[in-house]
Ligand binder design. Sequence first.
Ligand code: PRX
Length: 650
Amino acid sequence: MSEAIEVYEVEGRTFAPSAAFVAQANTADRSFYEEADADYEAFWARQARELLTWDKDFTQTLDWQLPFAKWFNDGQLNVTANCLDRHVAAGKGDKIAYMWEGEPGDSKTMTYAELLTEVSKFANVLKGLGLQKGDIVAIYMPMILELPIAMLACARIGVAHSVIFGGFSADAIIDRCDDAEAKLVITADGGYRKGSAAALKPTVDEALKRGAPSVQNVIVANRCDLNPDMQAGRDHWWHELMAEASADCPAEPMDAEQLLYLLYTSGTTSKPKGIMHTSGGYLTQTAFTHKYVFDIKPDTDIYWCAADIGWVTGHSYIVYAPLANCVTSVMYEGTPDTPHKARLWEIVEKYKVTQLYTAPTAIRMFMKWGTQEPQKHDLSSLRVLGTVGEPINPEAWMWYHEHIGGTERPIVDTWWQTETGGHMITPLPGVTTTKPGSACHAIPGVFAELVDDEGKPVEAGGGYLTITRPWPSMLRGIWGDEQRYKDTYWSRFEGRYFAGDGAKLDEDGYLWLLGRVDDVMNISGHRISTTEVESALVDHPAVAEAAVVGATDELTGQAIIGYVILRGTHEASKELGDEIREHVGVKLGKIARPKAVIIVPDLPKTRSGKIMRRLLRDVADGRELGDTTTLADPSVVAEIAAGAASGDED
Ligand code: PRX
């Protein structure tokens, strides 16, 4: 077993679904697993036909030319017709699609019929600006309803969207627009965050001043009345374009493999990868998992995924799957602590939320704030609790179970990735006996296996997580870089998809995810590459060399610690450390700003010149130093450790 994977003792407690839950569950026995194990293609074909409406039925379920998959390839459908038109046609037009809650407390609802009108109008706006099937549009927006409207309008006419998280920087916008040759940016003046209006449009302006020449137009939604600069001929107000737009935009049938979106995610190099997702398979698996993992009852449930649409969780489980399943969702603009620490629980009570989907980092924060916050509100409407983004520690699981779930609600710990598009490993709430901290088992129709360094399957114990067969919502590639797609996911273990995670299989066959085994950090459930942060650090004029590690952090799972060597005459000081830290925040966005920048005289390197990040991680975590015998100069680590111990950090 690789030393990169630390295996810890697993939890012994088990929690079976209650008889009451089982009695009403969408699926309550092992029949899905049995059906999928017997013939997984037939299983997915059945789901595709049952959950979605096809303009043209498919004749072939899977075309698998390792590592390239096509699902339902000769079938045709329109994703937005599945999310909107068919529900309206079935008489559900007045059903609420989104109950939107702004951070300052303003709120809005939008029905399926209204959403269809807005999406059709905005699709015509896009057409009016010359966009056509196959084009790519960047979206940089806060959590307002215009965001799903923009995404769906793109999907309606076969334009792929590339959503850029609103916390990212101008550089991130430039990189992503350049890579995809995006023709248009859709943004807003700003959005409310932590009690004030945070501007977004100036970041787009800065990006377009410095780069992204492919962008011809910018559409700006007005959320905060910030009155941004508008460049004549390039910038257009959302409301002005919409006032002129026709609501007549029939949904055209698209090929099942039509590109739906790109979503950039960090890898082990400094260049983010444009993960490609297509239409039919993606919608099948996201709709399936949404319905069965959250036990969705569309007529009565009020579902809330408290993520940001800027990440894959929001794409799949705020936009596409909930709409495909015709459920009513809550969408929240702001942060959980504004204006007070019971904000989430207030929203649960206000809307009588039935499913809550959040991240372990948020749960750990709620634990810190104390049980008095959730106790202020009636949480009895909740039926299923979900988590995603990082391993959940058993204490956080138990807290969620006891203080939010009242010891009765099933918890679904869902393991998946930007690349997988939808849930892969998770309990089914009416079927699985859960163990706190374990994501339990691969869903029906997904085949996960742990392997050792040589790629041999591991029966029990630690290993690398691989997926052995294609799945409908899998990435179809990395935009513009086929070789990188093959190298990143399909070359480490022959014939297998390598997820980049380590995991443990216990004697009962339960999977325990243990975190990344590559140079990707997980900060509050968000992926950040060490190389990307290192590049941003050395971009500062005072920095000669940098090494970044993810140190263990009680709240955020991991925290970014940067070790830097200064150039020539620069002198170490707290101010300089702060300045370097801020520099990364400006280059990459606040979420990638290191928690600490430690100025060091040298970095530990092997004799071949490779930085030994493992040792730096040990120092950051205050652990006993591991083996330093391969170091070129073993005294370097001792020196850094002494510096760290004496508080020589920012
Ligand atoms: O390390 C795993 C962790 O998050 C990574 C995927 O990150 P991203 O593509 O940003 O998608 C996050 C939301 C789907 C994985 O490689 N991860 C995600 N969910 C879990 C998890 N680790 C443990 N348990 C989970 N439930």
